[in-house]
Ligand binder design. Structure first.
Ligand SMILES: [Zn+2]
Length: 90
């Protein structure tokens, strides 16, 4: 699944509305990486980082200004990454 398809499906799968923590009821336009999409995180958690479990449909305005969900701990990210690696290998 390419990024454009995943963005569309995630937005539709969440009813089309922003999932910021403020119940803003705005239309989702962006995808927010809950664990930030940094060079280090890309290297440490390549599967989890780009998985639908780490992506949240959000309105562009909220993406820039509103408080967003807290990122998972590295311990939890390691568990997610290990799980996805095993799943991919099977
Ligand atoms: Zn919002």
């Amino acid at each position: 699944m390419n990024n454009k398809d995943m963005k569309f499906l995630l937005i539709m799968g969440n009813g089309g509305y922003c999932k910021c923590s403020n119940d803003c009821n705005k239309i989702a336009t962006d995808i927010h990486h809950i664990l930030p999409n940094t060079k280090t995180n890309k290297k440490m958690f390549p599967l989890f980082l780009e998985s639908p479990f780490n992506k949240l449909p959000i309105n562009n305005g909220c993406h820039l200004t509103k408080p967003l969900p807290k990122k998972p701990s590295y311990l939890l990210c390691n568990i997610y990454e290990k799980y996805l690696t095993e799943l991919k290998g099977s």
